[in-house]
Design a protein around this ligand. Sequence first.
Ligand SMILES: [Zn+2]
Length: 173
Amino acid sequence: MTIRPILIHPDPRLKKAAEPVGDITDEMRALADDMLETMYDAPGIGLAAPQIGVMLQLLVMDCVKEEGEAHRPMAMFNPEIIWASDEMSTYEEGCLSIPDQYAEVDRPAEVDVRWTDVNGEVQEERFKDLWATCVQHEIDHLNGKLFIDYLKPLKRQMITRKMQKLKRERARA
Ligand SMILES: [Zn+2]
């Protein structure tokens, strides 16, 4: 398994829609493993393939944060939201492509998601709480959308300028 570099906003690849995945091959399973390792290393609770510059509909997540609780690594190919609750919930979100920036985002509190798993089997599950927020945030990535796109333009521009500065500093380092 390999830890892959994570793209930092602004980057045109983070604004583009990803392509559907065809057959779930060993190459696809290796990509999912790399993404999980990259996510745990960051550390983060979710990562979408475009964040490592791979324009495919694949996300990984593990929202188990309690000390001592077993991890639940998930990899989803071609995920789609097939139902969303009217009830909304608000979480302070962050993103591995927008380091150290956090903001509250309203999203449906529960969603049903259908996806293809690493064995090529179609799965369906209802997610709630942090898992619901995380899976919606990651599916947004597959559609070229970032959590800051939900914020007011002024706040979004402020965060984007901070990220441009961070990228300049990293390029010099
Ligand atoms: Zn993100």
